[in-house]
Design a protein around this ligand. Sequence first.
Ligand code: NAD
Length: 409
Amino acid sequence: MKKIAMMNPIVEIDGDEMARVMWHWVKEKLIEPYVDLKVEYYDLHIKVRDETNDEITIRAAEAIKRVGVAVKCATITPNAERVKEYNLKKEWRSPNATIREILDGTLFRAPIIVSNIKPAVRFWTKPIVVARHAFGDIYSGIGIRFDEPGEAYLVYRSVGGREYTVKIGSFSSPGVIQAYYNLDKSIYSFARAVFKYALIFNLDVWFAAKETISKVYDARFKEVFQEVYEKEFREEFSRRGLKYEYYLIDDAYSRAMRSEGGFVWAAKNYDGDVLSDMIASAYSGSLAMMTSELLSPEGYYMAEAAHGTVQRHYYKYLKGEKTSTNPTAIIFAWAKGLRRRGELDKNSDLIKFAEALEKAVIKTIEVDRIMTQDIAKVSDPPVNMVATTEEFIEAVRKNLEHILQHQEF
Ligand code: NAD
């Protein structure tokens, strides 16, 4: 079969540890034999970020703005232990936070549903898509640790010379303070991205926050969502029989447990971070069965896996042991990035290839019942084979070959 041509490149952002190892296996075995791959490559390995004083991360984000489409591997966000482990100059910021901030996008995380893995919540028959706001919140927060009694104030000085001051509190013992922010512009884009996504996939929208307690910050989010919905989306939602609901976040959690799924759950940045891991593990028991897509208001797009670098498996791999790490989300990230490139370039062959790749993974799990350890233990009916990562990729490759041979290109 002739390799599928690409007219324009995608940005490939490489990462760390086991995710990096799988990233290259997937690329070599499942993409490069079939696609004449055009990429702009950025290596965000922790040592490269350290050597470039994290400039590489900014360059990668700028490249996404130029090229429009990116795929990203999981990267280490260093803490004190990692600084020691990799002998780093400092605790560099989360590359994801840097990229999301530059792109001002919304993150959509959806479970990859397969029929032989039943969700932990038995009522869930449809996916719950988590729309995580990808800007601000604690990720751009700043903190102070104090060790003497004192007072704290929050001061805002406008360029026009106005000053707002609020007292945070008077403290008689040591403690910590944190401040973070968001911007109206970003909240409006977030709300629009969520309603647009819901219309594309015909889903209801929930937005959940805690405006009864967070009377300024969360209240602003609630207000913006309501305004955008009323002015721009209510008519189309009513026409399609779709609903928008605002819930207090605790109420949303308990309602979700009794729902059948099938909606987009919009959440602020931190809430979305926590919620998406919970949803991933409740649907399939594994973070590796969740897709993650970033859409910016300008249409920039980045696909990644929702999971991290799978550190513990990497240490086993370094010892020469075989691991059964699940590459599903990484394969889906490549498929989604290529599909988006195909859509933008009107390259139907590339779109069909991306669909074939996703189908090949689903067939491997559902029909062949070949799975990695993480999902094998919850499979019903039981697995035929618990595969190592390489065996799983090989099984997907066989299915992919078969699907491609029976598709017209
Ligand atoms: P992790 O997602 O790597 O692992 C969390 C748990 O899920 C572990 O028990 C792991 O074994 C399991 N798991 C995750 N992916 C799996 C897969 N594909 N197959 C089988 N099991 C899988 O998160 P962590 O342990 O909290 O963090 C490890 C590193 O990853 C940290 O340095 C962190 O900064 C980084 N991280 C990066 C991203 C990203 O770049 N998107 C996201 C989260 C964490």
